[in-house]
Unconditional design. Structure first.
Length: 199
């Protein structure tokens, strides 16, 4: 997998063609961008060259959720980001996605997200899994009340998964570059704080 942004290939999938083209225009300044306007075309275009998949959730025909399931079944190593107008529910805990952005998104947010995903391609499976869980935790905490979180079995399961994976990656973190670690967490914190304060 590509670990340099300028060499990365991003597939943007949205049934709103003008929006998909706009995202592609933004991304094309920093990486190669390809577009698909429905889930079926997305699956035809998905191959080992794709590093990041920006995916609308609600589309006619094959939905974003179904595309995620198909990608998982095919075993493709691609970072998946939902970019959607659908507010996140607790169902995202079980989805094989790396991040969840609620529209509208601007160019800096989209580019920063793609950059994080490309950097993550260099991490081992455990560390990638941890970041998936952290993104979901932060997304849900921004969208749900403390009471909703406390009552959700899915959220409690997410916390248990996160605790378990953190215990597994102690050795990996010892080898992790300090600069990369601080940058990754600063980006995550800044992006999500901006999202929650602007909503």
């Amino acid at each position: 997998m590509t670990t340099t942004l300028s060499d990365a290939t991003v597939l943007i999938v949205d049934d709103e063609q003008s929006l998909a083209d706009l995202y592609a225009y933004w991304i094309d300044e920093v990486a190669e961008a390809r577009t698909a306007y429905n889930g079926e075309d997305a699956l035809e275009m998905l191959d080992e060259d794709i590093d990041v998949l920006l995916l609308d959730r609600r589309m006619p025909g094959l939905s974003g959720d179904e595309v995620v399931e198909a990608v998982e079944e095919r075993g493709l190593d691609v970072r998946i980001v939902m970019v959607t107008a659908v507010d996140p529910g607790f169902d995202i805990v079980e989805m094989a996605i790396d991040d969840y952005l609620v529209k509208p998104v601007d160019q800096p947010e989209l580019v920063r997200t793609v950059e994080r995903m490309v950097v993550r391609n260099s991490y081992d499976d455990n560390l990638q899994h941890k970041f998936q869980l952290v993104e979901k935790k932060v997304t849900l905490e921004a969208a749900k009340t403390p009471h909703e979180l406390e009552e959700s079995e899915e959220y409690q399961d997410l916390l248990r998964q996160l605790d378990a994976i953190e215990q597994e990656i102690d050795t990996t973190v010892e080898e992790f570059d300090d600069t990369d670690f601080s940058v990754a967490f600063r980006e995550l914190s800044n992006d999500k704080s901006a999202d929650s304060s602007g909503s």
